[in-house]
Write a protein that binds this ligand. Structure first.
Ligand code: FAD
Length: 150
């Protein structure tokens, strides 16, 4: 089975603007749709946490393109593993800025899955990252009256 999941974190450049996030989101959705990639990109506190799901070759190619992007730095590969199924099959890439969600819910989630009250995905293990992102996705979907059944 050639379905893989790749998870990494990185640090945004301090001058990253909301327009950059929008650009990244638009380009990612377009490219990933063409490449059969799905996933989720979370942003907060100048940190990114992203999951890419798809064929190993496509994931690899996309990840290498992403790590060369000057809008972020210090990528940390958290996991790249074969998987039975996608978790985010409905999104070619959904970008969620955590500040757009309710503070109390997000702060509780950050505390639930990490040792820090701040969003520091480079200190989270693969299981913590996955669970955190699933819950973020559900909060995001719930705000749209939809629930993803994981
Ligand atoms: P080009 O537009 O030709 O880019 C040329 C080079 O410039 C690349 O190195 C590109 O990374 C960089 N670049 C492009 N725009 C800017 C800018 N405004 N400022 C600084 N450098 C820039 N792409 C995907 O296809 N799928 C994803 O899931 C995805 N996730 C991303 C997650 C993060 C956190 C970031 C920062 C970027 C992500 N991207 C993603 C964007 C990716 O890095 C590429 O910019 C994009 O895929 C287009 O690459 P290109 O070489 O075809 O385009």
């Amino acid at each position: 089975m050639n379905l893989y999941r790749l998870v990494y974190s990185s640090q945004a450049n301090s001058e990253l603007r909301p327009e950059d996030l929008k650009d990244i989101s638009v380009v990612s959705e377009k490219n990933n749709l063409a490449d059969g990639i799905t996933g989720l990109l979370c942003y907060s506190n100048l940190m990114f946490l992203q999951i890419l799901e798809g064929e190993h070759e496509q994931i690899n190619k996309t990840y290498h393109r992403i790590v060369g992007d000057k809008r972020h730095h210090t990528p940390i590969l958290i996991e790249c593993v074969p998987t039975q199924n996608r978790l985010f099959e409905v999104w070619s890439m959904q970008t969620i800025s955590l500040s757009d969600l309710a503070d109390s819910q997000i702060n509780t989630l950050i505390l639930k899955y990490s040792g820090s009250p701040k969003f520091k995905p480079n200190g989270m293990n693969p299981g913590q990252c996955l669970n955190f992102m699933k819950e973020v996705a559900n909060i995001y979907q719930l705000s749209d009256s939809l629930v993803i059944d994981f």
